[in-house]
Design a binder for this molecule. Structure first.
Ligand SMILES: C=C(O[C@@H]1C=C(C(=O)O)C=C[C@H]1O)C(=O)O
Length: 362
């Protein structure tokens, strides 16, 4: 495959390389920054960046890959017929994670913390013939409405891949700004393995409240910049392949409002949202940093092409894996509220890890 060669040659020459396919896109792109990319400085501004690719960690400044070269390639549907055997549960991790969830529930009952998103990792070996670009192709085919991406930056160990359903900030060529509130999770397949239609999904108070925290957070960000004219659509159930979520969309016509700086302002206010961090934000960040035993690094940060073809598409880095040689670290998290059940939350992280595992581990 030509793009596999371009991917490997770029990395061998010290370039930072990103390859991605936008949701519902018919082609994929491969961008190279021959200098290896750079870390942006405090006070950076989205509107001032040249065409390129941004990739930010959960906490900290983003990497910027300038578009020294961008090529596109068609994505073929690469259906795999091999069945997926879910990896065996790691019982020590399960006990540890459920302990964190119980601590979070106790902290939320005391306040002021109302919601916190806790994550964990799952380490697995990939097949010996694993190839990044083939995996990207297969992820794209399996999850047409996800942003699928592979990223390699010399300053970061390993290759990062994701298949995320969550837009953080988008601005299309017509000046339409979009962000979404995404939370609440249930399996997208029934006990017999058949897909559940979004219209049949039933949600409990816990999930409705959990998603409302994210929606309120976005509206508070709009209020901070005195933006009142936005269109709100939802909440609606969406299917991301193996999972269902609740989603509300927020849309602003920045041309009609003469507000071109909106995407940059909102990016600064939104990240990290209550979908990956919690409410109130500061208390949630502190709880996560003293509880989780792993470094989230790029997981639950954001990434995507910026100022490319007059458009910006930034997504939350979810359904994420970090790959070193053939060793993979999968990352997944879930929103904890006072109504959480530790065993169900563990199960949710299992399903989220399996989004990538069912494709990469075949
Ligand atoms: C944190 C993750 O997902 C986020 C949390 C969700 C939830 O708690 O239900 C749902 C979608 C995402 O906003 C993840 O996939 O790791």
């Amino acid at each position: 495959m030509k793009q596999e060669l371009a991917w490997e040659e770029g990395i061998a020459k010290g370039a930072a390389v990103a390859a991605w396919r936008l949701p519902h896109g018919e082609e994929a792109f491969l961008l190279q920054d021959f200098s290896g990319g750079s870390i942006l400085e405090e006070g950076w501004n989205l509107a001032d960046l040249s065409a390129g690719f941004l990739a930010a960690p959960f906490i900290g400044l983003p990497y910027f890959l300038q578009a020294d070269s961008v090529t596109s390639f068609p994505l073929h549907s690469a259906e795999s017929s091999k069945p997926f055997d879910a990896p065996v549960e790691n019982l020590a991790k399960k006990t540890e994670f459920m302990g964190w969830v119980s601590e979070a529930i106790a902290a939320i009952k005391q306040g002021p913390l109302q919601k916190v998103v806790l994550s964990r990792t799952d380490e697995q070996d990939l097949p010996a013939d694993f190839k990044v670009m083939t995996a990207l192709q297969e992820l794209g085919a399996a999850y047409p409405n996800a942003f699928v991406c592979a990223l390699s930056i010399p300053a970061l160990p390993g290759v990062w891949m994701c298949a995320t359903p969550e837009i953080l900030v988008e601005q299309n060529a017509a000046g339409i700004f979009r962000t979404i509130s995404l939370a609440g999770t249930q399996s997208g397949v029934d006990a017999d393995g058949f897909g559940i239609s979004p219209s049949q999904a039933r949600w409990s108070q816990k999930e409705i409240e959990e998603q409302a925290f994210v929606s309120r957070y976005i509206i508070d960000c709009f209020k901070k910049i005195r933006l009142r004219e936005y269109t709100e659509i939802g909440p609606k159930t969406i299917s991301t392949g193996n999972l269902l979520h609740l989603k509300t969309e927020y849309i602003v016509d920045t041309k009609a409002m003469d507000f071109p700086q909106l995407p940059g302002l909102m990016l600064g206010l939104l990240h990290p949202t209550s979908a990956v961090c919690g409410t109130p934000k500061q208390e949630a960040v502190e709880f996560i940093s003293r509880t989780e035993s792993h470094d989230r690094s790029m997981y639950s940060g954001y990434l995507g092409p910026v100022n490319l073809g007059n458009a910006t598409h930034l997504f939350v880095n979810l359904r994420t894996v970090e790959i070193k040689e053939n060793h993979a670290v999968f990352y997944a998290g879930c929103g904890i509220t006072e109504d959480s059940d530790p065993a169900k939350e563990w199960q949710e992280t299992q399903m989220k890890c399996q989004t990538l595992q069912r494709i990469l581990m075949q």
